[in-house]
Design a protein. Sequence first.
Length: 368
Amino acid sequence: MAANKKLLFLPGDGIGPEVMAQVRKVIDWLDNRRHVSFELEEDLVGGAAIDAYGTSLTDATLEKAMNVDAVLLGAVGGPKWDNVARDIRPEAGLLTLRKDMDLFANLRPANCLPSLADASSLKEDLVSGLDILIVRESTGGAYFGQPKMIEDIEGGQRAVDTQVYTTAEIERVCRVAFDLAEKRSGKLHSVEKANVMETGVLWRQVATEIGKEFSGIELQHMYADNCAMQLVRAPKQFDVIVTDNLFGDILSDCAAMLTGSLGMLPSATLSGADQSGRRRAMYEPVHGSAPDIAGEDKANPLATILSFAMMLRYSFDDGNNADLIEDAVKNTLGRGIRTGDIMQEGMELVSCSQMGQALTEELDKLAA
């Protein structure tokens, strides 16, 4: 892989810098052992950017993100910035990145490794070997629809959020989901609330029409509340799920906890391909900034490392090294090494930095 592959690091807030430091160990290992190198830039986003620049995302940082091959984000947010203006809150910077980069397809896998099945709150037989991929539309819906306001009315106030979707927005994310389902088991659940929401009616219509182009895919429609229940009752019935922004946010966190810890789950958010086939992309762990343990070297870096593996696969077409990193994660956990969030009786408790070191040692073994 040529060294002109450009990568923007945005460590962000809380545990973000700590987990991103472990990804740097993997990048250094790839450079030294696999001759895979990147041109790295680093900048601020979220609360760190508010402290430095007075805004959660500067125009200069956004410009960098638009012109690299991929962005890797740590985490944003924390109680320190709870009372800043809504338009500059840490999360606003993340939403702006997604919107301006047109990152409409958020891929959130939920995999439960057999070695971690005991960490799930569900019975082991329900979750061991679980492999779900949720495709969440991430630039439309209630998070971006207008009007969005709180206004004074007689006797109090009224809050308004607007759920809006167009045919084109639904089509493009459904195509991504159908394409992924073709590469997996051939099964896709489209999730909405067509029984009570007009956007759900349109979503179901569009998904059904797109499905006619994919005759080999088994398409099932499901209401979002039922999907939440089924994820807890019988999660292995699902393979790929496609849904809107709001429901995707909720359902992916639900699916995430089936695996035992948010600290294990990566994500990718992709744009459409341009004429050259290039997609803008941002990769980030599903977990938040965990300010309660920030700076204590306790965080689990594996979700961020697995997000980097997704980057290798989707942005750089390097499935071999992505597989190598994922195998190293499995083997490291198989040796009984655990951070606090996934600690189990009889296992070895390690710090964030020690987990990063253990992973690179496992990479050495696999590459020998």
